[in-house]
Write a protein that binds this ligand. Structure first.
Ligand code: HEC
Length: 131
């Protein structure tokens, strides 16, 4: 009986566990490096062939007073809040599969459902910011 109880607990824990955050580095290599470059410094082969400049993504914090502009970055990737001057060359990934949504506290007491794929990409970009 004891075994059955512990098996039940393990199964229950597996069901309520938060979805795992995917590997942002691998996602970047797959979806973004073609334009932004494997090192995220721009100059990926596809952007060059499109004749557009995909920006260097390692200076986003430096350009934002030293703070990583996480929400803005996620909005850009997702395709939300695009300002009209933004080039249409950058695809909107929100329509694709960015994974299951988890609730992220975007302001005190305000939870925003955010796909785990977006969080992973934002985490990865934050980790490669130049000082
Ligand atoms: C088809 C080429 C292409 C792909 C693929 C692409 N981008 Fe972009 N991206 C661009 C271009 C071009 C811009 C600049 C748009 C503008 O400023 O008008 C841009 C801009 C951005 C910006 C804003 C940079 C800034 O200086 O504010 C972020 C962040 C970004 N991309 C992240 C990503 C991520 C993450 C991925 C992968 C999920 C990705 N991009 C895939 C072409 C691409």
């Amino acid at each position: 009986m004891k075994h059955i109880t512990s098996l039940f607990l393990v199964l229950t824990a597996a069901c309520v566990a938060e979805p795992e955050i995917p590997n942002g580095k691998a996602a970047f290599a797959q979806d973004c490096a073609s334009c932004h470059g494997a090192d995220a410094k721009g100059a990926g082969p596809v952007a060059q062939s499109l004749g557009v400049l995909a920006p260097d993504l390692t200076h986003l914090s430096a350009q934002n007073g030293g703070v990583f502009p996480r929400e803005q970055v996620m909005a850009i990737i997702d395709g939300l809040n695009r300002d009209p001057h933004f080039s249409t060359a950058m695809p909107e990934f929100g329509a694709g599969d960015l994974g299951e949504a988890v609730i992220v506290e975007t302001a005190p007491g305000v939870g925003t459902p955010t796909p785990v794929g977006l969080i992973a990409l934002a985490d990865y970009l934050e980790s490669i910011q130049s000082p």
